[in-house]
Design a protein around this ligand. Structure first.
Ligand code: CO
Length: 478
């Protein structure tokens, strides 16, 4: 059966236009009603600038980080956005051209001579943003966090946690929060033929301590991890990095990665004393984990899996990508038996999906509901246009689709402060509306996501497709 396409490519491409203006305003165009109990700030990060003076970055993931702050207070909504003003960003703006190579696709104009042995990457600070220990931090996994003022969004500078995260060490874009202690856990990888993994804890006062430093065999492409009360779990994708074309200037770094055929994916499991257990499972590629928990001597790990590395070929314009050839991500469960070392993998949800999230109080715990971005059709591949809520116990699912002209990213679950059920709360989704080239902030009732939105907040402009973000109950505008 041939399925009709859920979208037009021209619509999707418009969501990757730069947003050059920095705004700060109260939103007056709201359909429906913002729940009065929804109080706090949603911070989002993503590439906001996809070009310098019309000179496009080779891949959107190389775009400069732009923070959006969406404040909910007494039924009102305030919007503000600001670029992370790293010295590299300011230098490129001043020069009016691209000065740095990107990890994903950006080469400097001028060909080989301009790129050869030029290993200078800029800290694009574009992947995630968190508010923790009274600091607002923009995160990018290949460097240290950038700190911003949560009220004005002014860039303060590189965060080194009182010198405890020295130059040369890096901090993940995917920290996890222990719901029992409020501590933040993060990691950093120094990848090479052998790789070093550092594990960090940042307490509620913002003090960082490194509690594990471990060398592991092979190149580590670790974007995310999962925590449980006793373990930190990584999936080491069976990739090989051939740095020569990058060093020599032919190719951006991310296109020099290949999946090694018939090589198992490794699960690296650290216990709290730093002891490492390494297990193997069938070959697959993982960017994001939804959650993990311990049960009857097993660790259950839920992740989005690709059967191969969704590689970006050098020289192909990302905006011309053929979605029929893009490998779909599927929601999978790994049952890891620590006594026998056996790992059993099963697919819980086949439809192509990404950006899984859960109720924050259930991180590391036996949980029931996961929310994620998905394609609008049951099969094939396309941009994310729908939200799926999956009950991982019954496998029942609810869907809210914004197709054909709406495009979405990572949802955020915000618990109802008076709630008692795991799915009692709100789901916030940024939706790019191609009918008017603007972005809406949509609030869904998380118990019944298929229902009409509780509120749709119409911004005056678009926000380029973003990556990750977090919610804090703190409010800086009222
Ligand atoms: Co990510």
């Amino acid at each position: 059966m041939v399925q009709t396409s859920s979208f037009s490519k021209a619509d999707w491409q418009k969501g990757y236009k730069s947003l050059k203006t920095e705004y700060s305003y109260w939103v007056d165009d709201i359909t429906g009603e913002v729940p009065p109990l929804l109080q706090g700030t949603l911070f989002r990060n993503g590439p906001g600038l996809l070009d310098v003076n019309g000179d496009r970055y080779g891949h959107p993931f190389d775009g400069d980080g732009m923070i959006s702050a969406i404040t909910f207070t007494n039924g009102k909504v305030h919007f503000a956005n600001s670029f992370v003003k790293t010295p590299e960003f300011l230098a490129e703006q001043q020069a009016g051209k691209i000065l740095y190579r990107g990890v994903f696709g950006t080469q400097i104009q001028g060909g080989l001579l301009q790129n050869i042995f030029n290993l200078k990457l800029k800290n694009i600070a574009n992947t995630n943003v968190i508010y923790h220990g009274q600091k607002l931090l923009a995160l990018w996994e290949a460097s240290r966090p950038y700190r911003l003022d949560p009220q004005t969004l002014e860039t303060i500078g590189v965060e080194n946690f009182d010198g405890n995260l020295p130059a040369g060490e890096v901090f993940t874009a995917h920290p996890k929060f222990d719901p029992d202690t409020g501590d933040m856990y993060g990691f950093g990888v120094d990848a090479g033929v052998k790789s070093t993994i550092n594990l960090y804890k940042v307490d509620q006062q913002g003090t960082l301590t490194k509690f594990v430093k471990q060398k592991v065999d092979g190149f580590c492409f670790l974007h995310d991890f999962a925590i449980t009360p006793n373990y930190a779990i990584f999936a080491q994708n069976p990739v090989k990095f051939n740095p020569l074309p990058f060093v020599l200037g032919f190719k951006p770094a991310a296109t020099c990665i290949d999946l090694q055929p018939n090589t198992p994916t490794k699960l690296l499991i650290f216990d709290r004393s730093g002891q490492l257990i390494t297990l193997e499972t069938e070959p697959c590629f993982i960017f994001h984990h939804a959650n993990a928990y311990e049960q009857d001597g097993e660790i259950i790990l839920d992740s989005i899996c690709y059967r191969d590395y969704p590689k970006l070929e050098a020289g192909i314009d990302f905006l011309d990508v053929n979605f029929d050839q893009v490998i779909p991500g599927q929601f999978c469960r790994f049952q890891i038996n620590l006594a026998t070392g056996k790992v059993q993998k099963s697919i819980l949800q086949e439809r192509s999906c990404e950006f899984p999230i859960t109720h924050p109080d259930y991180v590391g715990k036996n949980y029931r509901y996961v929310y994620m971005g998905a394609i609008a059709n049951d099969s094939g591949n396309a941009p994310l246009q729908a939200i799926i809520k999956l009950d991982v116990q019954t496998r029942e699912k609810q869907v809210h689709s914004f197709a054909p002209r709406g495009f979405i990213g990572e949802p955020t679950f915000i618990p109802d402060p008076n709630g008692t059920r795991e799915d009692q709360g709100w789901l916030l989704v940024l939706v790019f509306d191609a009918t008017c080239d603007r972005t809406d902030i949509v609030i869904l009732d998380a118990e019944h996501i298929s229902n009409s939105p509780l509120a749709t907040i119409h911004l005056k402009h678009h926000i380029p497709f973003g990556l990750h973000g977090n919610f804090t109950p703190e409010v800086w505008h009222s």
